[in-house]
Design a protein around this ligand. Structure first.
Ligand code: FES
Ligand code: FES
Length: 159
């Protein structure tokens, strides 16, 4: 079936069987290799992307459900030349080791950090509760979220 998807601002018609997963289409048709497939069953959060502004697990979403949608992956959030404040905070706080889980954490946390005031540790941990990391541990990720909120405020103050 023909689908129209807009991924990181680029619109394209793709021909995808109804059973094809969004994660697979994003990687193979759009080169969004930051969409990582860990468990492929909704348990690890590695494949999180934004679909029309809502966080979605792309391993549990059929591409056909996203016809006409605007999708953002980690590549669209920011890159080396214009890193998003969460990306900068993860680097500064050493909140990653192998990095496999990182795009999923950042895509899941981006809407939370966008709106957060002064969250408690418990609220931050709740916001990242759908994501698993096998190497870093979670405390440095909590620290990264706090730093990201500071960087966000500095960015908004400067705007
Ligand atoms: S790969 Fe989608 S939740 Fe694990
Ligand atoms: S940094 Fe390796 S799984 Fe999280």
């Amino acid at each position: 079936m023909k689908l129209n998807l807009t991924v990181n601002g680029r619109s394209k018609e793709v021909d995808a069987e109804p059973r094809r997963l969004l994660a697979d289409v994003l990687r193979t048709e759009f080169g969004a290799y930051g969409v990582h497939i860990g468990c492929a069953q909704g348990a690890c959060g590695c494949c999180t992307v934004s679909v029309d502004g809502e966080s979605r697990l792309s391993c549990l979403t059929f591409a056909a459900q996203c016809d006409g949608a605007e999708i953002q992956t980690i590549e669209g959030l920011g890159d080396k030349t214009r890193a998003h404040y969460l990306q900068r905070a993860f680097m500064a706080e050493h909140a990653l080791q192998c990095g496999f889980c990182t795009p999923g954490f950042i895509m899941a946390l981006a809407p939370f950090v966008d709106k957060a005031g002064d969250p408690s540790d418990a609220e931050i941990r709740d916001a990242m509760s759908g994501n698993m990391c096998r190497c870093t541990g979670y405390q440095s990720i909590v620290a990264a979220v706090r730093l990201a909120i500071e960087l966000r405020d500095a960015e908004r103050g400067a705007a």
